[in-house]
Design a binder for this molecule. Sequence first.
Ligand SMILES: CCCCCCCC(=O)SCCNC(=O)CCNC(=O)[C@H](O)C(C)(C)COP(=O)(O)OP(=O)(O)OC[C@H]1O[C@@H](n2cnc3c(N)ncnc32)[C@H](O)[C@@H]1OP(=O)(O)O
Length: 194
Amino acid sequence: MSRTSAALEPPADAVRPVRHPDAPAPGELLGAHYEHCFGCGGGQPHGLRLEARAGEGVTLTAEFTVRPAHQGAPGLAHGGVLATALDETLGSLNWLLRKIAVTGRLETDFVRPVPVDTVLHLTAEVTAVAGRKIWSTATGRIGGPEGPVAVRADALFIEVKVEHFIDNGRPEEIRAAMNDPDQSRRARAFEVNP
Ligand SMILES: CCCCCCCC(=O)SCCNC(=O)CCNC(=O)[C@H](O)C(C)(C)COP(=O)(O)OP(=O)(O)OC[C@H]1O[C@@H](n2cnc3c(N)ncnc32)[C@H](O)[C@@H]1OP(=O)(O)O
């Protein structure tokens, strides 16, 4: 049975999330926000390469194929990798709000083992917002988008300023990302509204 901690219960004065007018259209692929992101970037040989697609409202769908490099037990996905897939999917939702936010809390239920070669079909939505806090939830199914639930998560993201990354990230990666001549890629590396 799934239990959620008090931090993941939005307060009574929380509001419904508002999709940003410039958010990608429903059905549009979001693409990697940063080439070297372990969750979605193409520059990580063992990364998840998760592909997220905008949905209606503040929702999205995503797919992640479990590869041999993602094993924990023989032939099965590592639980931490599955949590990463959930985290990445939930993190991508903030792009639809055009808010920069980081995961503060992520609570995960592992419901079914997920074999190597499985496609994990994820859905996620922001459920509430209050001040800097963003609550969201995600579900991962196997055997198809309507298949049985294998993993699920509830999360609290906290909105931050771009300085969160600039002040804390390793300088060489920050410099490289900020010097990217592609303005849109530069903005998305930090998930900043371009
Ligand atoms: C597409 C993009 C995909 C990106 C990848 C997926 C997302 C990620 O994995 S992000 C990386 C993982 N996360 C991190 O590295 C975050 C590390 N943590 C931090 O930097 C800080 O703790 C941070 C920014 C979350 C909060 O610090 P700070 O800005 O000082 O805020 P703070 O004042 O402590 O908290 C603000 C509010 O949030 C609450 N809060 C903060 N952290 C938590 C937490 N872990 N659990 C519950 N509540 C929390 C506080 O209680 C406070 O609530 P209230 O306003 O009601 O008093």
